[in-house]
Design a protein. Structure first.
Length: 277
């Protein structure tokens, strides 16, 4: 069983405190949804877990199966089994999707001391493209280059399917998706849920949780998790919003950062960097 432990995590960017004591434990087979208004630190948490260089961790720890994640470089975190599906995947001209994924899968197989079989890779790639209803020319196209927003999100899930991480962080993969694309993405993520995978699902909306069933729902405000619960919490948020939580906890302004000031996590930071070593 894989266990991701986040203990009293504090982090800042450009001297501004963003994360202010996050505590969270996610085990294989669990899916934890983190919800909350814009600017409360949700995407920052994802970036810090993956090692965004602009963020400074000022206190706390992140452990993956007892190993200190904060001592790992970004590529080491990816090799250890962490995966980030990004809110805004970057375009990487000059690198084809197939070359990128082949190298990523090879790197993970090497880390696990498992043989890489090209025919299995091609078979799994073709099946994933079909299941995600992506264009047949995706392998030959440059990574996210010229992709629509929906294609980029599906490409993130394609990477997740082939790499098979231990712990996946899905950062607002539902944003910008129409109803049909949301259903396709949701169904594919649901198929990956199981005993070998733990997930953190960051979202603003209940609609994604209609497809991906979460073990626990967390609400983030002021840079930390302020409330946790089950489906009943999600239903109340869906019907009443977040104001009742702010009133209950005496919170006037739930934000810690504006979107304009939040750094972008480059595609090469989350996965492609793992290919450099």
């Amino acid at each position: 069983m894989t266990v991701l432990e986040i203990k009293n995590l504090h982090a800042s960017v450009d001297g501004k405190s963003i994360l202010r004591g996050v505590n969270l434990t996610v085990k294989s087979g669990e899916t934890h949804a983190i919800m909350g208004p814009n600017g409360t630190g949700k995407s920052t948490l994802a970036s810090v877990i993956m090692g965004h260089p602009r963020y400074e961790v000022t206190d706390g720890e992140i452990l993956l199966d007892g190993e200190d994640v904060l001592e790992m470089e970004t590529d080491e975190r990816a090799r250890a089994g962490l995966f980030l599906a990004m809110q805004a995947p970057q375009e990487v001209p000059g690198v084809t999707n197939s070359d990128f994924l082949k190298t990523a899968v090879e790197a993970h197989k090497e880390e696990k001391e498992e043989p890489f079989k090209i025919f299995d890779f091609i078979k799994n790639y073709d099946q994933a493209i079909s299941d995600l209803k992506m264009a047949s020319d995706v392998p030959e196209r440059y990574l996210n280059d010229g992709f629509s927003g929906g294609e980029k999100k599906r490409n993130e899930i394609l990477q997740m399917r082939l790499i098979k991480p231990k712990m996946a962080i899905l950062d607002e993969i539902d944003s910008g998706l129409d109803v049909d694309a949301l259903k396709i993405v949701g169904e594919n993520v649901t198929e990956m849920q199981g005993d070998d995978l733990g997930m953190i699902l960051i979202t603003h909306y209940q609609r994604m949780l209609s497809y991906i069933k979460a073990t626990t729902i967390h609400v983030m405000m002021k840079g930390k998790i302020v409330k946790s619960g089950g489906p009943e919490l999600m239903k109340r948020i869906d019907s009443e919003g977040y104001d009742w939580i702010k009133e209950e906890l005496g919170i006037d302004d739930e934000r810690v950062i504006t979107e304009d000031n939040e750094p972008t996590f480059l595609e090469t930071d989350s996965l492609a960097s793992a290919l450099e070593k």
